[in-house]
Design a protein around this ligand. Structure first.
Ligand SMILES: [Zn+2]
Length: 188
């Protein structure tokens, strides 16, 4: 069975699991992000989802030089997974990563704009501009019995207050909510 198929089916499994086990963590909620991890043999996949407000400070097409600069800065950060995550208990090397910030950088000038105050949940139907997504594929060797992941996103994106995390490994699946005070996962 080809690996991409395994990845895809496990991500589906993971999303079913997260929806079944936790409150609706997929809602667009300021201050709250989502992390999905999948580990199979030597492969580790990490997917991160957050609101544009928490990553950029706005949720519309970048227009001003300051907004374009914010996109550039956020993209530089999300392009450095070694700054975002500290993996222990395995020797992991990045194989591939992507984020939808590149797409945002290509857009200049407002196709549509909206602003809203914090502290409310809402479903955002605007295609790809209100939520930031990034994914990372690692190849790991010397994988030990206890792989831990320290998540450094809170210090890099201070508007984040919670990260709903869920993971599937060969040992099973689990979930946890990370906070600035407690931001390490044990994948066992
Ligand atoms: Zn929003």
């Amino acid at each position: 069975m080809r690996l991409p198929f395994i990845f895809a089916s496990c991500c589906t499994l993971l999303s079913v699991y997260t929806q079944a086990e936790q409150p609706d963590t997929r809602a667009h909620q300021h201050g709250v992000a989502r992390l999905e991890l999948f580990q199979l043999a030597t492969d580790l996949q990490i997917s991160f989802y957050a609101t544009g407000s928490d990553i950029l400070g706005f949720e519309h097409q970048p227009e001003t030089p300051a907004e374009l600069d914010a996109v550039k800065k956020a993209k530089t950060l999300l392009d450095q997974p070694d700054k975002l995550f500290s993996i222990a208990g395995a020797d992991c090397h990045l194989k591939h990563h992507q984020s939808n910030l590149a797409e945002l950088q290509q857009h200049t000038g407002a196709e549509h704009k909206h602003s809203h105050s914090h502290d409310h949940d809402h479903d955002h139907k605007h295609a790809g501009h209100s939520d930031i997504e990034a994914s990372y594929q690692f190849s790991c060797k010397a994988v030990t019995e206890s792989v831990t992941l320290k998540v450094n996103l809170f210090s890099l994106f201070p508007d984040l207050q919670q990260i709903h995390s869920s993971w599937i490994t060969q040992k099973g699946q689990s979930a946890a909510t990370l906070t600035p005070a407690d931001h390490q996962l044990s994948l066992d």
